[in-house]
Design a binder for this molecule. Sequence first.
Ligand code: CU
Length: 67
Amino acid sequence: MKNILLNVEGMSCAHCVNSIEGALKEIGANGKVDLANGTVAVEFDESKLTLPVIKEAIEEQGYDVAE
Ligand SMILES: [Cu+2]
């Protein structure tokens, strides 16, 4: 498993947390949102997922992932 920390803009409440963590779960990743820091810790299997797929899942929910 690989762990990454993404800076995500636009997260402000529990709804955002659920949207993002739910979207990550759907693609098979384990996400943990930190609202105070504006970050999402993502744990995923590198043989099954790639970073672009993870970013897309978050962006599809309406949030911007910073490089
Ligand atoms: Cu929200």
